[in-house]
Design a protein around this ligand. Structure first.
Ligand SMILES: *[C@@H]1O[C@H](CO)[C@@H](O)[C@H](O)[C@H]1NC(C)=O
Ligand SMILES: *[C@@H]1O[C@H](CO)[C@@H](O)[C@H](O)[C@H]1NC(C)=O
Ligand SMILES: *[C@@H]1O[C@H](CO)[C@@H](O)[C@H](O)[C@H]1NC(C)=O
Ligand SMILES: *[C@@H]1O[C@H](CO)[C@@H](O)[C@H](O)[C@H]1NC(C)=O
Ligand SMILES: *[C@@H]1O[C@H](CO)[C@@H](O)[C@H](O)[C@H]1NC(C)=O
Ligand SMILES: *[C@@H]1O[C@H](CO)[C@@H](O)[C@H](O)[C@H]1NC(C)=O
Length: 413
């Protein structure tokens, strides 16, 4: 027992030494493969590539470690596996009509010492069925909430569902249900409160799944809304004057189209001879007693709405022509002529004022100059006359003599 135990130990040690000596060589080779995602029913390509192969054998094993290909020979009796390419550096195998059971970790093996392995994970994608869009109500009233659901049946992996209303993304609430073996059905529930602007707008459910592209379903919202009412004055174009006729039209738009349009006068009786035909109101020979608020009310099964027209009957148009526009024009013309004249006057006045001002200034300056000259002369006579030879020297001495030295410097520079 002890001997055989020791024997097996020494054998494994022996192999370890052998492996270690080949390790350097094995590192020089580089086995590469890659993971594969394939849609169910389609073909997967599995590749085993070797850089710097020294004639070592390449082998491909399935997830149960059965040999699919040994070099270019296929021991496995599954004709869905086919050799695409074989060389010293590459073993390229295709697997057609992929099913969920083909999923798993495939092994590329290189018969070096020790053998090298690389793993290729095959992931089988199952696209979802056509999206199913259902709405709780066919027609919704404005301001009401509605609910739309979108279902992506049986996909692997689970689909993601996105919503768009018009061109605006919306957030739904998703529930994911696992059917069996990583197959999922996803349902997204979108709740939205509709306005009348949503009528006719498409709500789109977009399925996001790696096995499908542009997979979506859409539905147009149908929104009912209460009427929008607007009164339009057909006649007259200008002021409503006594004795003239008045014609109003009531425009009402709603969904469904308002079944009833009524005219009434607010807090008052309708003029007895007013005529209503359909949505039109016609009053002949206006009278000041007709003053007041006229209302058009339209309703459908969603609600009721109205618009008001306030009638204010003006006095009869008198024959005296009040040509307000012509007077305004005349006034503007006179202003247009008068403006340059005013400018001329202003310019002349300004020049005269400047000239007068300049002359005044000149007079003042001259006056001050003479007065000062006289003054200095007298002071010089008083202070500088003692040590001066003559009157002129006395003046010069007086100007420079009793000023301080700073002023002198300035003078000489
Ligand atoms: C293959 O996918 C597995 C995870 O499934 C990852 O760990 C591995 O790094 C991937 N291999 C390659 C070559 O991308
Ligand atoms: C097969 O291998 C050759 C040489 O290695 C290469 O030129 C060719 O493109 C390969 N074919 C495919 C389908 O990969
Ligand atoms: C593909 O595989 C399925 C079973 O997984 C089989 O029913 C079907 O007939 C196969 N199709 C082809 C074209 O071989
Ligand atoms: C306006 O109506 C009053 C009675 O409501 C009537 O006396 C008057 O003559 C009318 N005026 C005109 C201009 O028709
Ligand atoms: C939807 O609007 C209608 C009015 O058109 C109202 O009678 C009904 O109660 C509303 N439904 C909900 C669920 O708010
Ligand atoms: C109607 O409006 C006119 C102004 O054009 C006013 O003089 C008159 O008193 C108003 N009549 C009534 C009944 O309000």
């Amino acid at each position: 027992m002890a001997i055989s135990g020791l024997g097996s130990h020494s054998i494994s040690l022996f192999f370890y030494v052998i492996f270690a000596t080949f390790l350097h060589k094995a590192q020089g080779q580089n086995l590469v493969t890659n993971n594969v995602s394939v849609v169910e029913g389609e073909t997967a390509i599995i590749s085993c590539r070797v850089k710097n192969n020294d004639d070592s054998v390449i082998q491909l094993l399935n997830p149960n470690r059965q040999t699919i290909y040994f070099r270019d020979v296929r021991p496995l009796k599954d004709s869905r596996f086919q050799l695409v390419n074989f060389s010293d550096n590459e073993l390229l195998v295709s697997l057609s009509n992929v099913s969920l059971s083909d999923e798993g970790r495939y092994v590329c093996q290189l018969y070096t010492d020790p053998p090298q392995e690389a793993y290729a994970d095959i992931t089988v994608l199952v696209p979802p069925g056509n999206p199913i869009l259902e709405s709780r109500e066919e027609i919704v009233s404005e301001g009401n909430e509605t609910e739309i659901t979108c279902t992506a049946m049986g996909s692997k992996p689970a689909s993601t569902i996105k919503w768009i209303k018009g061109d605006q993304p919306l957030q739904g609430e998703a529930t994911v249900e696992e059917l069996y073996d990583r197959m999922f059905t996803v349902t997204s529930r979108l709740r939205l409160t509709v306005s009348k602007e949503d009528d006719g707008v498409a709500v789109i459910c977009i399925i996001d799944h790696p096995a499908v592209k542009d997979f979506q379903a859409q539905k147009y919202l149908e929104v009912q809304y209460k009427p929008e009412v607007q009164i339009v004055v057909e006649f007259p174009e200008g002021l409503t004057r006594e004795g003239e006729n008045l014609e109003l039209t009531c425009k009402a738009k709603g969904k469904p189209q308002p079944h009833q349009i009524n005219w009434l006068k607010v807090d008052d009786d309708f003029p007895s001879h007013a005529v209503i035909t359909g949505s039109d109101l016609f009053i002949e020979n206006l009278n000041k007693s007709y003053n007041g608020t006229y209302r058009c009310v339209a309703s459908n099964l969603v609600g009721e709405a109205y618009d008001d027209y306030i009638l204010y009957v003006y006095d009869v148009l008198t024959t005296t022509p009040p040509p307000t526009t012509t007077t305004i024009n005349a006034f503007q013309d006179s202003r247009a002529d008068g403006a340059p004249q005013k400018i001329d006057h202003a310019v002349i006045g300004g020049i005269v004022a400047v000239v007068v001002f300049a002359m005044l200034c000149l007079l003042i300056v001259l006056g001050r100059y003479f007065a000062r000259h006289k003054g200095t002369y007298f002071t010089h006579e008083a202070k500088g006359a003692d040590d001066a030879a003559d009157a002129d020297t006395a003046i010069i001495n007086a100007e420079g003599g009793h000023n301080n030295s700073d002023d002198k410097k300035e003078y000489y520079i």
